[in-house]
Design a protein around this ligand. Structure first.
Ligand SMILES: Cc1cc2nc3c(=O)[nH]c(=O)nc-3n(C[C@H](O)[C@H](O)[C@H](O)COP(=O)(O)OP(=O)(O)OC[C@H]3O[C@@H](n4cnc5c(N)ncnc54)[C@H](O)[C@@H]3O)c2cc1C
Length: 291
């Protein structure tokens, strides 16, 4: 009975999650990426999964990214990929992760694809930045995410920009302690705004990755007085009504497209980000029980 119920709940969750993920397979991810290109956006594909501890798992994921990068080129898809450091083995060691990431980035560079390094929870921030800076000396089509909810990010961003880094600014998706992170929405938003201003004054080739209209308006308004190369990045299935409007306004957008069977943790993060999503989940669950 318990197993039957959990399978049922998983099925309902999947119905909701489907809007945010391309599907289980690489083919479905490539199809979504082609669709994003047709709608005027670049695609950033991510294979779902994180905190990989077994070397077999890491090596399978690295192989998958290598194939993905070749397929992106073959399918003439405009965009790139985004990799989580723990998918490349950061839970094992910095050296092992850097070695694996370099394999992916080397191949991506040859295919003219851009690689983003996602930022995970704060226990990995130092090592992720270290690996990024080391690889960025050799590969220029490489970017790193930084999180506005972390108190350290203001300093990290200044340092990264001094190195000419390509930065994606996000609010931050991981649960953090009061010591390391801003905890209220207001504090995170205020820090996000401050960091957007830093990007427009001191950065170039950066990404404003948010669905928050107030942050997007701040960036569009700053762009009028600062000639910077930047793009907006949004997740697949979120703010789909806004994406064509920004494109029409002349702004570049990339859509982040996750795929794979490990969709649950990603989808739970998306659900938590918006109360209305929880309501949607509830009403869909009730509705399906009516029939
Ligand atoms: C391209 C991209 C890459 C990312 N990479 C990372 C990363 O490397 N590391 C990391 O920690 N985080 C990453 N994130 C996630 C990010 O940190 C936030 O958790 C996420 O973007 C939600 O924050 P927000 O800026 O959209 O603002 P929020 O304050 O969460 O949302 C603002 C508004 O956007 C809309 N909205 C937001 N979420 C949803 C939703 N799920 N469904 C419907 N509407 C919604 C609502 O109108 C909401 O009021 C990434 C996000 C994007 C877009």
């Amino acid at each position: 009975m318990a197993t039957h119920e959990s399978t049922l709940i998983e099925k309902f969750l999947f119905r909701i999650a489907k809007q945010w993920i391309a599907g289980d397979t690489m083919e479905e991810a490539l199809r979504s990426a082609r669709d994003a290109n047709k709608r005027g956006m670049d695609a950033i594909i991510n294979k779902l999964g994180e905190h990989m501890v077994s070397k077999d798992q890491v090596s399978d994921t690295v192989s998958e990214y290598l194939t993905l990068v070749s397929n992106l080129r073959r399918a003439k898809i405009s965009g790139g990929i985004s990799v989580k450091p723990t998918q490349a083995g950061l839970s094992k060691s910095l050296e092992y992760c850097a070695e694996n990431l370099e394999k992916i980035i080397e191949k991506a560079s040859a295919s003219q694809s851009f690689v983003w390094i996602d930022m995970e929870s704060s226990e990995y921030t130092d090592e992720t930045i270290k690996i990024y800076l080391e690889l960025f000396e050799r590969y220029e089509r490489l970017g790193i995410a930084v999180q506005a909810n972390l108190k350290r990010t203001e300093q990290d961003l200044k340092m990264l920009l001094e190195h000419g880094a390509k930065v994606r600014l996000v609010k931050g998706a991981y649960r953090e302690s009061k010591k390391t992170a801003y905890k209220t929405r207001h504090e995170v938003d205020e820090n996000y705004k401050k960091l957007v201003k830093t990007l427009f004054s001191d950065g170039n080739e950066f990404a404003i990755a948010t669905h928050d209209s107030r942050m997007i308006e701040l960036a569009t308004s700053l762009s009028k007085n600062h000639e910077k190369k930047f793009e907006f990045q949004m997740l697949k299935g979120i703010r789909d009504e806004l994406k064509p409007l920004l494109i029409k306004g002349g702004f570049a957008i990339s859509e982040y497209i996750p795929y794979g069977t490990n969709w649950l943790p990603y989808s739970i993060r998306r659900l938590k980000e918006r109360k209305r999503n929880i309501l949607l989940l509830g009403s869909s669950f009730l509705h399906s029980h009516r029939v």
